[in-house]
Design a protein around this ligand. Structure first.
Ligand code: SF4
Length: 385
């Protein structure tokens, strides 16, 4: 077996080949990771995201452009609101963290806002870890990390994540802050949007927990006096949104324990990217520059598990839905229906089983289909009488 460094380099080369010559890698963000974790069985999405393929460009090249993603208007509005929340050294943001999450602590004044500038994602991740360590070694003060960078291993490949902010409390604990541009109306927001923000924050919390664990496991070669205890990563995050229809910030503490547990479980189930890449035919490439036919064959060479939920989470949804319908896969009817049908994987199989032409009569799914077909026939007969 080659040494790990060589294997890592070989995998990076393989992923670059899959992306295509001179195609830059698209970084995985927490939004994409949260969506990836929502469909852990999809090898297609895992390899495309792992290789840094731009799925929106790929979907357009396949002839099924996606309508998924944030509009330019929403991005601009979100950036302007975030700048307002973080103005004056993050005074308002820290006031909201104190008010919503840590009233017993001293009010934030003279908080540290360290410079996290560094070269490349690896450099920024190291810089963030250094500042988090610095804050853990000197508790008693508030520290605001503006756009820190965190790394998380995803199916054997590192993903670099950039929360809007992380706040270190005087007791040394850490809070993730998410700043969104959807409004908080009378103190509450659209539950679907809050849920998406919570799933995204859960990814950041998992990445922060890895940093905290590493700090707690330190150090070899450091003096005992330099050691720091693993800081606590809070499982209530702060969601900051515009109040009503103004651009004044309002905040809400969101408990993300459930989302954190689900995301951790789903990420652990993701098939390793290396294994998926090894199973692909030699020469497979997902470059949007390729002719649509060649590209379709490349995409179809990776198994996918389409479900209607993909429509709100993945840029390839229209392509996968068309393919899923063409093959009559029952997954296109939704996961609950799929689960009820047991070993029947196509609509054709289901209809044949219902008509009594195929299927094991002792199979509960087949028996239920035949009963349903009989009831339907009776109802139609009665209606025609
Ligand atoms: S749309 Fe396709 S690639 Fe994306 S998650 Fe669904 S099945 Fe996988």
């Amino acid at each position: 077996m080659p040494p790990p460094r060589t294997r890592g380099t070989a995998l990076r080369h393989r992923l670059a080949e899959l992306r295509g010559p001179d195609v830059p890698a698209k970084a995985l963000d927490a939004r994409a990771l949260a969506a990836l974790a929502a469909n852990p069985g999809c090898a297609r999405r895992a390899i495309l995201d792992g290789a840094g393929v731009n799925k929106a460009a790929l979907a357009s090249a396949l002839g099924s452009p996606s309508t998924f993603g944030q509009s330019q208007f929403a991005l601009t509005r979100g950036n302007a609101f975030e700048a307002k929340v973080k103005a004056d050294g993050g005074a308002e943001l820290l006031r909201l963290v104190h008010e919503k999450l840590d009233r017993s602590a001293e009010p934030p004044a003279d908080a540290r806002v360290p410079d996290l500038t560094a070269t490349g994602p690896q450099g920024r991740t190291a810089r963030t870890a250094l500042e988090l360590r610095e804050a853990a070694a000197h508790p008693g003060a508030w520290t605001l990390l503006d756009h820190p960078m965190l790394a998380l291993d995803v199916a054997g490949s590192p993903a670099f994540l950039e929360p809007d902010a992380v706040v270190v409390h005087p007791d040394g604990s850490w809070t993730v802050v998410e700043i969104k541009s959807f409004p908080l109306l009378d103190g509450s927001a659209d539950p679907a949007k809050v849920g998406a923000a919570a799933r995204q924050a859960a990814v950041y919390v998992l990445a922060l927990e890895e940093v905290a664990a590493r700090l707690g496991a330190e150090p070899e070669g450091r003096g005992a006096q330099d050691r720091v205890a693993a800081p606590r990563v809070r499982h209530r995050i702060l969601l900051v949104c515009p109040r009503d229809f103004s651009n004044q910030p309002a905040a809400s503490a969101v408990d993300i324990r459930k989302q954190r547990a689900v995301t951790a479980r789903q990420l652990a189930r993701l098939t390793r990217i290396e294994d998926i890449a090894d199973a692909l035919p030699e020469g497979t490439c997902f470059s949007p520059e390729l002719p649509a036919e060649e590209l379709t064959a490349a995409v179809e060479s990776v198994p996918a598990t389409y479900a209607p939920e993909c429509l709100s989470a993945c840029e390839l949804a229209f392509h996968c839905r068309t393919r899923s319908r063409e093959t009559g896969a029952v997954t296109s009817l939704g996961r609950p229906v799929r689960a009820e049908l047991g070993g029947l994987t196509t609509v054709e199989d289901v209809l044949a089983a219902a008509r009594g032409e195929a299927g094991d009569p002792d199979d509960p799914a087949v028996a239920a289909l035949r009963r349903a077909a009989a009831l339907r026939a009776e109802a139609l007969e009665a209606a025609c009488r």
